[in-house]
Design a protein around this ligand. Structure first.
Ligand code: F6R
Length: 264
């Protein structure tokens, strides 16, 4: 088993700079390989500092492909909290990504309530095909849910799972209700990349900031990999960097942090 490299940064901003370094290195590798880079983008609060750091570097991302992790099912078209819209505001426009090269599971706009199961399944399969067609993700950015989810793979998700429709747990809906007017407005279902989909990325960068993530981080990294804690799958990945702040790392057994890597 390969232990992920765990780095405790001074702050989310500091970690954001490190993510930007990692993305720049991936762009360089793709350039040397004469292929277009492929980025895996997360939504939510966690990656925002990284997107700000990347935007300030004014990298040429015009040839980059970008794939989102997930999307809610059932929001009206262009709802401001649909992940397609969030990604457009927080990443696609600030990083000058080409919108024609950005894919969100289930479609480029959010999935309407009228979308039937057959259409959703077809959209999930098309997303997997599109990912394969560009050669897979070079760097996948991930946040972690307070219940240990990554993307919207809730506890119990198979490590082999692919892009699919999933039911959100009450904990996840409650956590995400801060983006909506009330808990009732938070969708009950989403389309998500599977853990098997995420795992195919050549490099994974898992980020977590704040005390409210400490338990999930300890569960994901402090014990053996288990489907009860979806994020623990990163322990099995050959190239994962975990970027934490001190609060998020506070419940990790100290043996998880090698002295040379504990502090960035
Ligand atoms: C978002 C995603 C989720 C979030 C997680 C943490 O695309 O896939 O797994 O990363 O719910 O959310 P934040 O960052 O808002 O705490």
């Amino acid at each position: 088993m390969t232990t992920p490299r765990i780095v405790v940064a001074h702050s989310a901003e500091d970690a954001g700079e490190q993510v930007a370094d990692i993305v720049e290195a991936a762009l360089e590798t793709a350039r040397h390989g004469r292929r277009d880079p492929v980025l895996g983008l997360a939504t939510g609060s966690t990656p925002l500092a990284a997107y700000r750091a990347l935007a300030l570097r004014r990298l040429d991302l015009s040839r980059a492909w970008a794939f989102a992790l997930d999307e809610y099912v059932g929001l009206e078209a262009h709802h401001p909290e649909s992940y397609g819209e969030v990604l457009r505001r927080e990443a696609v426009e600030p990083l000058a990504l080409d919108p024609a090269r950005v894919s969100v599971p289930g479609g480029s706009s959010n999935l309407s309530a009228s979308c039937d199961d057959v259409a959703l399944d077809a959209a999930c399969a098309a997303f997997e095909t599109a990912l394969e067609a560009v050669g897979g993700v070079d760097v996948q950015l991930l946040g972690i849910g307070s219940n240990g989810h990554i993307a919207f793979n809730e506890p119990g998700s198979s490590f082999d799972s692919l892009t699919r429709v999933t039911q959100l747990t009450e904990q996840t809906r409650l956590d995400n209700s801060r983006f909506f007017g009330s808990l009732d407005e938070v969708p009950t279902h989403a389309v998500t990349q599977g853990l098997g989909t995420v795992f195919r990325a050549r490099r994974i960068v898992l980020m977590a900031f704040g005390e409210h993530k400490a338990r999930a981080v300890a569960a994901a990294l402090g014990g053996a990999p288990t489907q009860d804690v979806p994020a623990s799958v990163v322990q099995l990945h050959p190239d994962t960097v975990v970027l934490l702040d001190e609060a998020a790392a506070s419940l990790l057994p100290s043996r998880s942090l090698s002295p040379s890597e504990a502090w960035a």
